[in-house]
Design a protein around this ligand. Structure first.
Ligand SMILES: [Fe+2]
Ligand SMILES: [Fe+2]
Ligand SMILES: [Fe+2]
Length: 406
């Protein structure tokens, strides 16, 4: 099937999942994109470059899945391990047709100006250093907000100090002049920033994308989610692959099968907002931790609902913890409101989770996992027709749920 999508809208929405990693400060990517674009405009960069810079800004931290890594990045000016997420980000973008051309900039967005390799073009040097500079401005601003310090002059002083070493002197100069305007900082506030991006998204237009191209983007974001914890590596990929396989066995239409596959890849986007410590906790979650954990299906919906053309996928993804007895979450829907598509994803989700190691138990073998699904059918939670289909193709389902990223 062809998908008619505004790629600005898609990227803006999905970058919200990357920003979730900041937990209660969820606009980092957007602030970086805004500041970089404004500096580029005052340097008279062509319009196409400014638009590319907005994409790069929103995606720059796609190599960060862990809340722990995120904390280092926003509390230390120059963190030793920052190359890890830059390299990971480059690799992730290289898996997609749509974002591939942004990968060199992401690779060097934490490299000092005087350390950038000669092999890079002028453009690559300038744009990656531009992202680096405004990224550090955002980190400094966050720290100072926290401490209540008077920030603008203090930030300017630090950036100026590293002119010619960490940052390009030309970029520092333009930052100094732009950041002297109050409005530069006012735009970092949520309401103004939202306006800025709504306008930018509206200026984009819809293009036709094949399922394969859309799937590459979904896979990239699934990989970001799956990298969050060693216990969930490959989870979204396995859920999606198994769900698609089951959908094909039921001979659902190709359009429905594709929807199920995409919803499977996106289903746990909301988990990026869950603190590492909760996700990796080796014992039972307490009531507060459960509340945080159990809202992730809803948060996946919050991200995806902004994408016209993904409304149904957003809905399906958000239902993956609903059960037919109306005791699931977050909506407590009953059997009459849970469509076949999400029933399939739910079965795939539970099966994949059962065969994977978790902090509190080893992965089960396929027969043990099936047994649990069967009991859940007996308790009125899962759709028996799906679990039966899984049982009839157990070995194959096990393999589908166990696939690895290439
Ligand atoms: Fe970064
Ligand atoms: Fe960043
Ligand atoms: Fe989930």
């Amino acid at each position: 099937m062809q998908y008619s999508l505004n790629i600005r809208e898609v990227t803006h929405a999905l970058s919200g999942a990357l920003d979730f990693v900041g937990i209660d400060d969820t606009l980092h990517g957007k602030r970086v994109a805004y500041m970089a674009a404004e500096l580029a405009k005052s340097l008279s960069y062509p319009k196409e470059s400014v638009d590319d810079i907005i994409f790069i800004g929103m995606l720059h931290d796609c190599g960060v899945s862990s809340t722990d890594v995120h904390t280092h990045l926003v509390t230390e000016l120059d963190w030793n391990n920052s190359q890890v997420h830059s390299i990971r980000g480059e690799a992730l973008l290289n898996t997609t047709t749509v974002y591939k051309r942004f990968s060199p900039y992401i690779r060097y967005h934490h490299t000092h100006w005087d350390n950038l390799p000669d092999s890079l073009s002028e453009d690559e040097k300038n744009i990656s250093n531009l992202i680096y500079l405004v990224d550090r401005v955002d980190a400094l601003n966050a720290q100072m907000r926290e401490s209540g310090a008077k920030s603008v002059f203090a930030i300017q002083e630090i950036i100026q100090k590293y002119s010619g070493t960490m940052f390009s002197p030309q970029l520092v100069d333009v930052f100094m002049s732009q950041s002297s305007r109050d409005s530069f900082w006012f735009y970092l506030e949520e309401e103004a920033l939202d306006e800025y991006f709504i306008e930018w998204v509206e200026k984009g237009s819809n293009e036709e994308f094949t399922f394969e191209i859309v799937k590459e983007i979904a896979l990239m974001f699934a990989a970001v989610v799956d990298a969050k914890s060693e216990f969930t590596s490959e989870h979204s990929l396995g859920v999606s692959t198994l769900a698609r396989y089951l959908a094909d066995l039921f001979e659902l239409s190709q359009e429905t099968c594709e929807k199920i596959e995409l919803a499977g890849l996106f289903h746990d986007l909301g988990k990026l907002r869950v603190d590492d410590a909760i996700l990796d906790k080796p014992s039972e979650l307490d009531t507060d931790e459960k509340l945080i954990m159990n809202r992730h299906g809803f948060d996946s919906f919050i991200i995806l609902r902004h994408i016209q053309g993904f409304r149904e996928i957003a809905h399906l993804a958000s239902l993956h913890h609903e059960t037919l007895d109306a005791k699931g979450y977050p909506y407590n829907l009953g059997s009459s409101d849970i469509p076949m598509e999400s029933r399939i994803i739910t079965v795939a989700d539970i099966f994949q989770a059962l065969i994977q190691d978790r902090p509190y138990r080893q992965g089960l073998d396929m027969n043990e996992a099936y047994q649990i699904l069967y009991e859940m059918c007996e308790n009125g939670k899962l759709d028996f027709s799906i679990v039966k289909k899984l049982k009839e193709n157990l070995q194959m389902c096990y393999e589908k749920a166990n696939v690895k990223y290439e």
